[in-house]
Structures are given as structure tokens and as C-alpha cells.
Ligand binder design. Structure first.
Ligand code: FAS
Ligand code: PHB
Length: 390
């Protein structure tokens, strides 16, 4: 087999890159190790920045999002059981976010790739990368019981945090920066009406909670939990009771509960790998970085990586100019670190840190009171939440 760009990973990063390249006359093959059904079964992000919304529309994948997605002009922060509205549209001079689940974005991308006869090989296992530092790299993998070889010009490592791509960069070249948080998020999905029209980020003495949604009858809730906790330790009723204890009174009283249709725990970490390119390999999305979901940046950072990488590949094939490929890592990392900072800041602001007794606790409360009382502080938070420019 041969293609211009071999893409490892059939999540949102890999699929969006393949779609954009196709629309620009560049061939690609996506290798995904799981089945499409398995990939679509993972419940992840829920908030899209305008940059990603614009990319999906430009990539002819925005139709269902525009029908089913919900434009949100703000969200609430609950602190000391008081509610403070953050009017993103006013604070940013008109910018908003779109609430539309990553599952649906990924479903739309699979559908679009199928419609345009894209080559997305699911259940492609044992992917190995070869000859990265030559002008003729290639991949080997097993698919439908056969060992196959994919020759290409470039390789996009879109295979997430646990993929093979990042590990293909030599240890003496790769630098990794990581912070692991001393807690996780226990999340559930329930076919119940959301407790509020907008998201509620709640700081409480018992820990963080988040009220989000996917549509008018599909809610997504999270509570901060300890790292050694397990989803199976929580009955639905225990989850609902704990969530209510962490919400302002009005939300707790009006919360409509129901059976969970998904329940899982996600660990929280901040992680960046540098550089994001090595020879003919380019890392994008979770393969290169991980953010705690507090700032809703994970999927949105993957999008800006794909913006930079697709523009670089288009320049290479259309204009025979590989300048943007050479500067991809440096350009992408500038935006990545700003989103890393914001996600760390929002996580530090809203979660209960076991070691945060005394001074640490006072500083966190002061930070919250400053945010609530200062329009300048709110403008800074808002411009990061809606997404810094690409
Ligand atoms: P993904 O991990 O989505 O996709 C990588 C793909 O590569 C996967 O399908 C995987 O099967 C495949 N793959 C891996 N190794 C391979 C190999 N060797 N060969 C072939 N294929 C391989 N972000 C938010 O903004 N908000 C959230 O609330 C949020 N919640 C999250 C909850 C969890 C549990 C996790 C893990 C992440 C969450 N994220 C959230 C972040 C998430 O949305 C990611 O940013 C997003 O999935 C990034 O997309 P990709 O880079 O495509 O990586
Ligand atoms: C979600 O809906 O899953 C979600 C929304 C906002 C976040 C994190 C997760 O900050």
C-alpha cells in the first residue's frame, strides 16, 4: 500500500486531519487499532471552541453539529454555594462555545470519511513505524489477519497518550513535562434533562463538581474523587447524593436524577512532549499532550494541532514548501503551553487539594473571590475558555 500521509489513530485528531487533507487533494490512510464502535463508545469532551467549530464546518463535517449542537454564551461558577455567572459573550466581545459531544464529532468524521471513500482501516493492530529519518518512511501493521506495509511520505501520530508514535522519538531527543493531580473525575451520563441551561463549575468544601450536558435530555455530570476510587464503588444514588452536596441549593433542589448509562473515572494530568516532530513523524492531539479536562481544552488543543499540521502539509504538497512542517512543533507548542497553563489554573482554582490546608486554602479562596469580583480577571478567564487564537 502507498499513500502521501499515513495517520496512526482514528480518533478526532486523525480523522479530522484525513478529512482536511482529502479536501485539499492529499491522500491519507488512517490506521485505528480498535473498531469504530469501540472508539464511539468512549465518552469524552463536550465543549467545542469556535476554532474547532469553524474547522468542522470548513471540513464539511459541521451539518449535524449546527443542527444538534447548543451555542453557550456563558457558564456559572459556584463558590461557597453562591452562583456567579461568567458571561463569555460579553467578556470576550461576542465569542461563545458550542456544546456538542466529542462522540458526535467523531461519529460525523467517520461518516464523512466513508462518504468520501476515505481509507480508514479499523482493527489495524501492531502498528510499527520504520525509517522515520529517511525520505521513505513506512508502517507495518496487521489487518484482517494479514501483515501489511504502508509506504508514505509523512506519518501523523494521532494515536493518543498511549499510542506508539511518541515512543518512536528517541529518548535522548524527547523531553516530557508532566504534573499528575492527586485526584480524578468520576463522570456519569444520564438520560435526564440538564440541571441548568448552561454548565455549572462548582468549588465546594467536599470537592469539585461539574454539571454539563450533551442535549436537552442527556446530561453529563462529574464529581472529583480520590485516585484510588473505582466507578463500581459508586451506586447511582451515592453519586447523585454526593453531587447534590457539592451544588448550590437551587441546583441541588431541582436536579433530576435517573439511571446512569455510563460511569467512569478519568485521572487528571498535565503533560507535554517536546518536540512534536522527528524526521517524517508529526505528533498531534493527545499523542503530544494531555490536559486536565477542567478547562475543556483537550479536544480543542487537538484541533489547533491539526490546523497547523494540515496547513503545513498543504503548503508542502501544493507549494513544495516544507517550511511550515519544519516549524510545526514550535508553532503548535506555543498554543499548547498557553492551554496547559489555563487548564492547570482552572484545575487549581476549583478542586480540593488534600495538602491545601492553611495558606494554600486561603490563596485558593482569594483567587476565587478575585475572579468573582474583577472584570479584568473574568476577561482573562473568558478569553482562554473560548479559545485563544490559532
Ligand atoms: P484519542 O485518544 O481520542 O484518539 C487516539 C486514537 O488512536 C484512539 O482511537 C486509539 O484507539 C488509537 N490508537 C492508539 N494507539 C494506537 C496504535 N498503536 N495503532 C492504531 N491506533 C491507535 N477533553 C475535553 O476537552 N473535555 C473533556 O471532558 C475530556 N474528557 C476526557 C475523558 C477521558 C477519559 C479521556 C481519556 C480524555 C478526555 N478528554 C477531554 C480529552 C480527549 O477529548 C482528547 O483530547 C481527545 O480524545 C484527543 O483526541 P485524539 O488526539 O484523537 O486522541
Ligand atoms: C463535558 O461536557 O464532558 C465537559 C464540559 C466541560 C469541561 C469538561 C467536560 O470543562
Amino acid at each position: 500500500m502507498r499513500t502521501q500521509v499515513a495517520i496512526i489513530g482514528g480518533g478526532p485528531s486523525g480523522l479530522l486531519l484525513s478529512q482536511i487533507l482529502h479536501l485539499n487533494g492529499i491522500s491519507s490512510v488512517v490506521l485505528e487499532k480498535h473498531t469504530e464502535e469501540y472508539v464511539l463508545g468512549r465518552i469524552r469532551a463536550g465543549v467545542l471552541e469556535q476554532g474547532l467549530v469553524d474547522m468542522l464546518r470548513a471540513a464539511k463535517v459541521g451539518e449535524r453539529m449546527d443542527q444538534a449542537g447548543m451555542v453557550h454564551e456563558g457558564f456559572d461558577i459556584s463558590y461557597s454555594y453562591d452562583t456567579h455567572h461568567m458571561n463569555l459573550k460579553k467578556l470576550t466581545g461576542g465569542k461563545t462555545v458550542m456544546v456538542y459531544g466529542q462522540t458526535e464529532v467523531t461519529r460525523d468524521l467517520y461518516e464523512a470519511r466513508r462518504k468520501m471513500d476515505g481509507t480508514v482501516l479499523t482493527s489495524a493492530e501492531n502498528v510499527e513505524i520504520h525509517d522515520l529519518k529517511t525520505e521513505k518512511p513506512y508502517l507495518t501493521f496487521t489487518h484482517e489477519g494479514q501483515m501489511k506495509t504502508l509506504h508514505c511520505d509523512y506519518i501523523a501520530g494521532c494515536d493518543g497518550f498511549h499510542g506508539v508514535s511518541r515512543k518512536s522519538i528517541p529518548a535522548d531527543i524527547l523531553r516530557e513535562y508532566e504534573k499528575v493531580y492527586p485526584f480524578g473525575w468520576l463522570g456519569i451520563l444520564s438520560e435526564t434533562p440538564p440541571v441548568s441551561d448552561e454548565l455549572i463549575y462548582s468549588h465546594s468544601d467536599r470537592g469539585f463538581a461539574l454539571c454539563s450536558m450533551r442535549n436537552a435530555n442527556l446530561s453529563r455530570y462529574y464529581v472529583q474523587c480520590s485516585l484510588d476510587d473505582k466507578a463500581e464503588n459508586w451506586s447511582d444514588q451515592q453519586f447523585w447524593d454526593e453531587l447534590k452536596r457539592r451544588l448550590p441549593e437551587k441546583a441541588a433542589d431541582t436536579l433530576i436524577i435517573g439511571p446512569s448509562i455510563e460511569k467512569s473515572i478519568a485521572p487528571l494530568r498535565s503533560f507535554v512532549a517536546e518536540p512534536l516532530s522527528y524526521g517524517r513523524l508529526f505528533l498531534a492531539g493527545d499523542a503530544g499532550h494531555i490536559v486536565p479536562p477542567t478547562g475543556a481544552k483537550g479536544l480543542n488543543l487537538a484541533a489547533s494541532d491539526i490546523h497547523y499540521l494540515s496547513q503545513a502539509l498543504i503548503a508542502r504538497y501544493r507549494d513544495h514548501d516544507d517550511g511550515l512542517l519544519k516549524s510545526y512543533s514550535e508553532i503548535a507548542l506555543k498554543r499548547i503551553w498557553k492551554a496547559m497553563r489555563f487548564s492547570w489554573w482552572m484545575t487549581t482554582l476549583l478542586h480540593k487539594f488534600p495538602e491545601n490546608e492553611g495558606f494554600g486554602d486561603k490563596i485558593q479562596r482569594t483567587e476565587l473571590e478575585y475572579l468573582i469580583s474583577s472584570e479584568a480577571a473574568q476577561k482573562s478567564m473568558a478569553e482562554n475558555y473560548v479559545g485563544l487564537p490559532y
